[in-house]
Design a protein around this ligand. Structure first.
Ligand code: ACM
Ligand code: ZN
Length: 730
C-alpha cells in the first residue's frame, strides 16, 4: 500500500545483445533514482571518448571525472563517442537527466549538484572498477534513461573527530565515500569533552593543548595510557583544503563546536570559563571532575566565544554553524551562584531557560557573521529557541515529532535508526547503549509507520547518519579505520536511500541491489564494509545456514579452531560449537552461531575488593549475574577484585570485564592482570587485561580468580564491574 505512489519505473530489456568489453551487469543504483528505464543501447567508453562540458562552473567536476575516467576533454561536441554535461535552468539545482545511447552519454543538470549526481549515477552504470581509478577501457555503460532528483535537500553524515582524532587523509577518504552515495553534507563534530580539533589563531592553545590528551596535557587520557600523549587537530590551511575538496564533490561541510555542554576540552584550556564554584569531587575522593559546561552568565565568555566563532565562520562557507546544545549538565549551572541567580531573577527553575538564553546570545554572534545556527534538539526544550535554527533531532522518534510539531526545520537522525556507533547485532563488537541498529533498521525508517503527522513532514529538511567515535579509539591503529568502515557501511547506503526519498522497494529489493552490485562497488572503493550475516538454523541434528546473498560462507569449529568453507549442513549434537560468517572481497559479516553458543552458567560466587563498593551497586549483585557493580573510587596500583566460587569452575571460556560495559575506554582498570587459583589460596598470573577486559579460554578448573591493578589511575571516578560470563564445556 505505502509504495503504491512510487514514481520509480524500471523496465528491463528482455533480450540484451551481448555487450562488448568490460561490462556492467544489471542496473542497481544506490540510492534508487526517481525514474530509470533500462534499454539495450549501451555506450562504450574508449580511450578516444571525449568529455564535453562548456559550462565554466562545472570545471571542478570535469577535473574530478578525469581522475576516474581516462578520457579526453573538449569544449565542442564531436559527432559521436562523447559524454556531455550541460546545464538547464528549468531543472532544480540537484536534479539531472541522464541519457545513454550507442552514440553518447548526455547529462543535463540544474546546477553543479545535479551534474555531480548525474556523474555518480554514470559511475554506477559502469563496472565497479571505476572506483579504483584504473578501469580498463573499453568499458560499457548500461543503456538507460534516468530522470532524477533528491527528495530532501539535506543528506548528511556526522563524523565525530573530537573523541578520536581522524587524520586529514581519512577525512578526505570519507568525503569520497559519501559523495559516491550522493550524500551532500558533512557534519563535522570538531569539539567535545575529549578534544578540540580546529586551529583558532586568536586562541592557539585551544588546539595545541586541547587537541591532545595524556602526558603533560591538562586533558587526562581517555585511552588509559596516562603518560602517552595522543590526539591531533586540523590547521586552518587543512580545513580550507578539506572544505574545497568536499565542495568539488557537492558536499557542504558544517562544522560543530559543541556548546555550552560537552565542552571539557575548551574548559581545560580556559578554566576561567567554568561556573563560579570549586569542585568538591576532586577533594573528596581524588576523582576526575567532569565539569564540562560553559558558564552562561559570565560576560567575558561571550567575548571569547565570539573570537573563536568568528574564525569558524570565516573558514566554512556553510550557511549553518552547528553550536551543539545537547546533554547540558544543568546541575553545574544550578551550583553556580551567578547562573542560579539569573534563573531566580527571571522566575525560572528549569535550566533549559538558561540554555535558551545562552543559545540566543550565540545566535546573535553568528548572525553578525552572516550565519544561522544548527542545534541538537535539547536546545529547543527551553521553549524560546528562534525559528531560524535548524534542529537536529537525535533522541527518540517522539522527540523528532515534538520538534516538528513546534514548527522547527528539522534534520531527522533518531538514534535507533541513524546512530552508527551503535552495535549492529547483539553479539558483535561495538557499544550498544540503546539497541542494535543495522542497515535494515536504517532502511526501515518510514514516516507513516512511525506515525509522523503528514503536515509536519514539509519541515523535515533531511536525514543524517552519525558516527560517534568514543569507541573507535579502543580499536587501535589501522584496525580503527576498518572498524569505521564496518560501522558506517552499508548503513550509510540506507541513509542515502532515505535522504533521496526511498524510491526503492521493501528491504529484500534494497538488499538485492546492495549485494548484487554494490558489494563490488564498495570493495573497489576500498571499504571494509559489514555484510549482513547468514541465518543459523538447527533442526533434527542438522546445523545449517540460510544463504541471503552472494558472499562466501565459512565456519569454525570452536573446539579445534579449524576453519572451513561452508557448503552443506553439518550433522552435530553440539550446535554451540560452530561459528559462521560471510566474506566478500575483504568485507566480513559478524560471526553468528546457534543460540546455545551464547548460553552461560551461573555457579555460586562471591566478590570482594580492596576498593570500597558503591552501596547502590554493591558487590553482592555478582551472584545474580548480568548485574553491574561499582566501586566508589578509581583504582590504585595493587588494588584487587577477588571472585571466589563455591565449587571449582570448569568451563570452556570465562570473561571478566572491569570497565564501563558500553564504553570500554572509561571507568576501567586499564592496566592490570588476572590470576587464578585451583585451591583458592595459591594464585597464578595467567593473562593481562586489555581495555579492562579479559577472556580466558579452556582454563584449568579454578576456585578463585583475582584481578590486580598494576597502575594507579589518574582519571576516573569509579570502576564499573560486570559479573563474569562463564561458558560451559562443549
Ligand atoms: C548526542 O548524541 N549527544 C547528540
Ligand atoms: Zn555559571
Amino acid at each position: 500500500m505505502k509504495r503504491l505512489l512510487l514514481a520509480m519505473t524500471i523496465i528491463f530489456a528482455v533480450a540484451c545483445s551481448a555487450p562488448k568489453g568490460n561490462v556492467a551487469a544489471e542496473v542497481a543504483i544506490i540510492p534508487q533514482p526517481l525514474s530509470l528505464v533500462q534499454h539495450n543501447n549501451n555506450f562504450a567508453i574508449t580511450p578516444s571518448t571525449t568529455l564535453v562540458c562548456e559550462a565554466m562552473e562545472l570545471a571542478p567536476l570535469v577535473a574530478y571525472t578525469k581522475e576516474y575516467l581516462a578520457i579526453r576533454t573538449d569544449k565542442s561536441l564531436p559527432k559521436s563517442n562523447y559524454i556531455s554535461i550541460t546545464l538547464d535552468n528549468s531543472l532544480v539545482e540537484e536534479e539531472y537527466k541522464l541519457s545513454v545511447s550507442t552514440e553518447s552519454v548526455k547529462i543535463v543538470a540544474g546546477g553543479y549538484g545535479g551534474a555531480f549526481n548525474g556523474m555518480q549515477t554514470l559511475f554506477q552504470l559502469l563496472p565497479s572498477e571505476v572506483y579504483t581509478k584504473q578501469m580498463q577501457l573499453p568499458a560499457t555503460v548500461q543503456g538507460c534513461e534516468v530522470q532524477d532528483r533528491p527528495k530532501f535537500a539535506y543528506r548528511g553524515f556526522m563524523l565525530d573527530v573530537a573523541r578520536t582524532f581522524i587524520e586529514r587523509d581519512n577525512v578526505l577518504r570519507y568525503i569520497d565515500y559519501i559523495a559516491y552515495h550522493k550524500i551532500n553534507k558533512l557534519h563535522w563534530h570538531l569539539a567535545d569533552n575529549q578534544g578540540w580539533r580546529i586551529e583558532i589563531k586568536s586562541h592557539p592553545d585551544l588546539a595545541k593543548i586541547g587537541g591532545f590528551r595524556g602526558g603533560d596535557s591538562p586533558l587526562r587520557s581517555a585511552l588509559g595510557k596516562w603518560n602517552e600523549k595522543y590526539g591531533g587537530y586540523y590547521t586552518q590551511e587543512e580545513i580550507k583544503e578539506i572544505v574545497a575538496y568536499a565542495a568539488q564533490r557537492n558536499i557542504e561541510v558544517i562544522p560543530e563546536i559543541d556548546l555550552p555542554g560537552h565542552s571539557e576540552a575548551l574548559l581545560r584550556v580556559y578554566p576561567e570559563m567554568l561556573c563560579n564554584y570549586t569542585n568538591d569531587e576532586l577533594s573528596v575522593n581524588g576523582g576526575y571532575d567532569a565539569r564540562n559546561v560553559v558558564c552562561a552568565t559570565k560576560e567575558s565568555n561571550y567575548r571569547i566565544l565570539e573570537e573563536i566563532l568568528s574564525e569558524v565562520c570565516a573558514l566554512f562557507p556553510s550557511k549553518h554553524i552547528h553550536i551543539g546544545g545537547d546533554e547540558v549538565n544543568m546541575s553545574q549551572w544550578q551550583r553556580c551562584p551567578d547562573c542560579s541567580a539569573w534563573l531566580k531573577r527571571n522566575g525560572y527553575t528549569d535550566g533549559h531557560k538558561l540554555e535558551s538564553m545562552f543559545i540566543s546570545r550565540i545566535q546573535k554572534i553568528l548572525a553578525k557573521y552572516g550565519k544561522s545556527s544548527s542545534v541538537w534538539n535539547e536546545a529547543a526544550k527551553g521553549g524560546s529557541l528562534s525559528k531560524e535554527a535548524l534542529v537536529y533531532s537525535w533522541q527518540r522518534v517522539e522527540d523528532c515529532k515534538e520538534v516538528l510539531s513546534r514548527g522547527y526545520n528539522t534534520i531527522l537522525m533518531p538514534q535507533l535508526f541513524f546512530y552508527y556507533d551503535m552495535r549492529q547485532s547483539i553479539h558483535e563488537n561495538a557499544p550498544i547503549w540503546r539497541e542494535a541498529v543495522d542497515v535494515r533498521k536504517t532502511y526501515s525508517f518510514d514516516f507513516a509507520e512511525l506515525g509522523f503527522a503528514p503536515e509536519t513532514i514539509a519541515l523535515v529538511k533531511g536525514f543524517e547518519g552519525a558516527y560517534w567515535s568514543e569507541y573507535l579509539l579502543s580499536q587501535g591503529g589501522d584496525k580503527s579505520l576498518d572498524f569505521l568502515d564496518y560501522q558506517c557501511f552499508p548503513r550509510l547506503c540506507a541513509l542515502a536511500e532515505q535522504g533521496w526519498g526511498k524510491n526503492g522497494g521493501e528491504w529484500e529489493e534494497f538488499h538485492t541491489r546492495l549485494y548484487s552490485r554494490h558489494y563490488d562497488r564498495m570493495a573497489d572503493m576500498g571499504l571494509r564494509f559489514r555484510i549482513t550475516p547468514p541465518v543459523v538454523k538447527y533442526e533434527d541434528g542438522l546445523l545449517s545456514l540460510e544463504r541471503i546473498d552472494n558472499s562466501t560462507l565459512y565456519y569454525r569449529d570452536d573446539a579445534t579452531g579449524k576453519v572451513r568453507r561452508y557448503k552443506k549442513a553439518i550433522r552435530t549434537d553440539k550446535p554451540a560449537k560452530y561459528l559462521f560468517w560471510a566474506e566478500y572481497r575483504g568485507a566480513k559479516s559478524p560471526e553468528v552461531a546457534h543460540l546455545s553458543h551464547y548460553e552461560t552458567i551461573q555457579p555460586k560466587v562471591k566478590l570482594t575488593s580492596s576498593m570500597p563498593e558503591n552501596p547502590k551497586y554493591g558487590y553482592g549483585r555478582v551472584s545474580e549475574y548480568y548485574m553491574k557493580m561499582r566501586t566508589t573510587r578509581t583504582c590504585h596500583k595493587g588494588d584487587w577484585l577477588l571472585y571466589e566460587f563455591e565449587e571449582p569452575v570448569e568451563c570452556r571460556a570465562i570473561e571478566f570485564c572491569v570497565r564501563n560495559y558500553h564504553m570500554p575506554i572509561t571507568r576501567l582498570i586499564h592496566s592490570g592482570h588476572i590470576e587464578i587459583s585451583e585451591d583458592g589460596k595459591n594464585f597464578e598470573r595467567v593473562a593481562d587485561l586489555e581495555f579492562g577486559a579479559v577472556r580466558l579460554i579452556n582454563p584449568h578448573p579454578f576456585k578463585a580468580a583475582r584481578i590486580v591493578c598494576n597502575e594507579t589511575a589518574i582519571g576516573g571516578s569509579d570502576i564499573r564491574i560486570s559479573a563474569p560470563l562463564i561458558y560451559p564445556k562443549y
